[in-house]
Design a protein around this ligand. Structure first.
Ligand code: GLN
Length: 380
């Protein structure tokens, strides 16, 4: 059979490839981003209770009301931004589904979408799937800062969307207040939609504050904001998150969501609601992960790898050009098979596979795991 593939240049996502290899070679898996420690047992008890209390049928299409109300209340407290729980928030099957749905809802053939590379790997294929044209804007190591006047030069009559990601995966950079001001300036008097992937919003370091597009009215009115309970609660396997947007945009989002996912699993929603209602976890998260970042960085400083900055997210990038000239995929595979540590090569985050000899390690791991990995990396 000859298939007219919709995505001729797409293979299997790098996270699946590296995690599988890590398993096959029994390597320490610092590739795909997920914690190797468990979530709080109180949260598991809340979900158990929901299961036992019969919350086992379809949730409303947009998510259960108490959870939507609670999140909107938290968004108001944290960002001073107001979203109506009835029509400006939808519970999703994780961040990736929310991103996919927002793109599906808005992108028509020929629409141009600006992404910042390195970019998380789902953005570009999803845009292409709906006939959109990806306009990559390249950022440079080590700080991956954005020159907004140069971004503006990419604008055309067809520019439909800008995809933002802060704290940034894979580089750990964050958007500053100045970035937000520049973004407001260049999008003023345009109909450009912003899709803001903020799944690491609470994982930010050194006392820095996350700037959500939600908190700036000029951006809020044109933005989808994507958030993840997986990152907040150490439950990436639950695949649950949410999307915020003003009513006009959320209406379009739900047109897709209702026929793709319909609704997200009910007991998890009740469990998460009850847990978030009784625990304040937002304050401790940055402290918890900063300890891990600092520990991992201090261990890596004894290796030949050169550390890049990490201001947010749970990823640490390193440059290995003093060790080897191999392409980053080959280097990642050799590290995995010969030294027993799995990482993600940064070329996977560029549409043209740019190779700066940089690897990404996930440090959302037990200290023992980080130590074990670092001891192996010290031999390289
Ligand atoms: N977000 C995770 C990462 O960057 C991967 C999630 C996935 O595998 N789809 O590693």
């Amino acid at each position: 059979m000859i298939l007219n593939t919709k995505l001729p240049n797409v293979g299997t996502t790098i996270f699946t490839v590296m995690s599988k290899l890590a398993q096959e070679h029994n390597a320490v898996n610092l590739s795909q981003g997920f914690p190797d420690f468990d979530t709080n047992p109180k949260l598991v008890a809340c979900v158990n209770k929901a299961l036992q209390n019969g919350h086992n049928q379809y949730a409303p299409m947009q998510g259960i009301q108490p959870l939507r109300e609670l999140i909107c209340e938290r968004i108001e407290n944290i960002y001073g931004a107001s979203y109506h729980p009835d029509n400006e928030i939808t519970i999703t099957s994780g961040g990736t589904q929310a991103i996919f749905t927002a793109i599906a809802a808005l992108i028509n053939p020929g629409d141009e979408v600006i992404i910042f590379e390195p970019a998380y790997d789902c953005y570009s294929p999803t845009v292409k799937l709906f006939g959109g044209l990806v306009k990559p804007f390249e950022l440079y190591a080590p700080n991956y800062e954005i020159d907004w006047q140069m971004v503006k030069k990419l604008f055309s009559a067809n520019t439909k969307m800008i995809i933002l990601n802060s704290p940034h995966n894979p580089t750990g950079s964050i958007l500053s207040k100045n970035d937000i001001d520049e973004l407001i300036k260049i999008t003023k008097n345009t109909d450009i939609i912003i899709l803001s992937d903020e799944v690491y919003e609470h994982i930010i370091y050194d006392g820095e504050k996350h700037h959500s597009v939600a908190q700036y009215p000029e951006l809020r009115e044109r933005s989808f904001v994507v958030a993840s309970f997986g990152k907040l609660l150490h439950t990436t396997g639950w695949k649950i998150g949410y999307c915020l947007a003003p009513e006009l945009l959320m209406k379009e989002f739900r047109k897709i969501h209702q026929f793709n996912v319909f609704s997200v699993n009910t007991p998890m929603q009740y469990g998460i609601y009850e847990y978030l209602n009784s625990e304040n976890i937002y304050q401790e998260l940055p402290i918890f992960f900063q300890q891990k970042r600092d520990y991992f960085r201090s261990l890596l400083s004894e290796t030949k790898f050169k550390l890049l900055p990490c201001k947010g997210s749970y990823f640490q990038c390193v440059n290995y050009s003093e060790i080897s000239e191999e392409p980053d995929i080959a280097m990642a595979k050799r590290l995995l098979t010969t030294f027993g540590v799995a990482s993600i090569p940064l070329s996977a985050f560029y549409t043209k596979g740019k190779d700066d000899k940089i690897l990404r390690f996930c440090f959302a791991k037990n200290d023992n795991t980080l130590l074990q990995a670092a001891e192996m990396l010290m031999k390289v």
